[in-house]
Design a binder for this molecule. Sequence first.
Ligand SMILES: [Zn+2]
Length: 88
Amino acid sequence: MGVQEYYPTWWYRGMVYGYPDCCVVNFCLRGLALEKGEPQPGKFFEFRGKPTGYVMCPECAKKTRKEIIDTINSRRDPRLPRFPSHAI
Ligand SMILES: [Zn+2]
């Protein structure tokens, strides 16, 4: 099974969690790079010193933590805890 088969799931989850579209696209490309053994673009967003499941695309990695958190929470499914309190 190739990594591309996960794309719909990753896209759906990224939408629910409120991650920016650019980062979801990057996450998919990252998966592909990982599969090919190539360097992976993006950087994990850390919370309490540990990486979360959210990977910032290179552009978003330049933003402040507050900008990132505000963007994600404004897009996030309101039934979920606020990012990154229970970061996934
Ligand atoms: Zn991004």
